[in-house]
Design a protein around this ligand. Sequence first.
Ligand code: NDP
Length: 374
Amino acid sequence: MAENLSRRSFIQNLGVGIGTTAAAFAIPSIVSIPESKPKYEGRKLGIALVGLGSYAKNQLAVGLEKTTNCYLAGIVTGTPAKAEEWMKKYNIPKKNVYNYQNFDQIADNKDIDIVYVVLPNSMHPEFVIRAAKAGKHVMCEKPMANTVEECQEMIKACKDAGVQLGVGYRMHFEPFTKEVIRMSREKVFGDLRFIQSNFGFRIGDPTQWRLKKAMAGGGPLMDVGIYCVQAARYVTGKEPLAVTAQFGPITDPERFKDVEESVSWQFDFPDAVTVNGFTSYKTNIEQLFITADKGFMHLSPAYSYGPIKGRTSQGDLHLPVVHHQANMLEAICKEFLETKQFPPHISGEEGLKDARILSAIYEAAGNGKKIKLV
Ligand code: NDP
């Protein structure tokens, strides 16, 4: 793949999609959205997307056109031309359009139930906290924030305001992923022994925020390595006990002045399960391989937008292919409409657990020591 392909076109070329959890991971029911299902007559939740970049435009907005119980009700953008374009395209009234300065006025807007923050990572805490103070439920893209402390502040702000906080862990709702989780937890192939989880791609534009530590929090680990961390947690349903890690060589010093080019890590998990992870901004790789006493499970692609493909030692997996973002939003809104809560397995606490682990991987890679996580 050409070096200068953008992340979006890489994902499109792969034909797959990226998102996901953990100890508290209760396997949600598959929410498929067949064309022929009866018309949904219930309440529809209004969602406002904050930051109209590549993920909001090419995935979330597209997904929101496919959902039945929620819709794109508003937008928050710093780019007036995008506001004009989106208002026309999605029939959004001007009163539901905000910029980053007047965003707090969203508090008075009854059309907006959920604010979905899709900004560069460093901006997540500010906008999640402002949304919470405006009394809106909040979805936040991964990684939830660049530091553990920021995650804690975001959780507190949402608790204080009495609003729900969720992280856009879309793999939690994806059928192949859920099947691998089920088979692992039910020990269909016996006790798990080893998990290999890799996710990397060749990053394009050298000026983008993903290569600036102050905005991204780090390199590929923050961006896509988080999927591998998530996978280890949702497959086992357990938390890592300790981690060792190593930064890979810098082969492109101009591009990787500020963040790692790649990093590998090794988790000790309970029950003697070993997990190896690798993430890179210089290598196209995407797989989740799980070996157990009596067989194996393999997803590749495993984390991007789909179709996810899977096989086990018993043969190929045949499962529905879903639009990840539509599938996730439909499931989250269904749960919220029924229980007034977001699914617990995508909560802010889950985002915080990942932030702790990502921070420990950086610490271990930095000092060469094994870092205990419990
Ligand atoms: P983009 O760079 O494509 O878009 C970010 C948008 O944020 C911009 O278009 C802009 O929107 C707004 N923005 C505001 N201030 C800045 C700034 N200083 N620099 C850059 N952008 C700014 O990023 P992505 O859409 O790819 O990623 C956004 C978030 O979504 C990240 O947290 C990322 O990790 C996550 N993500 C999640 C994926 C998933 O599968 N779950 C996949 C891809 C990304 P505007 O012009 O409207 O103000």
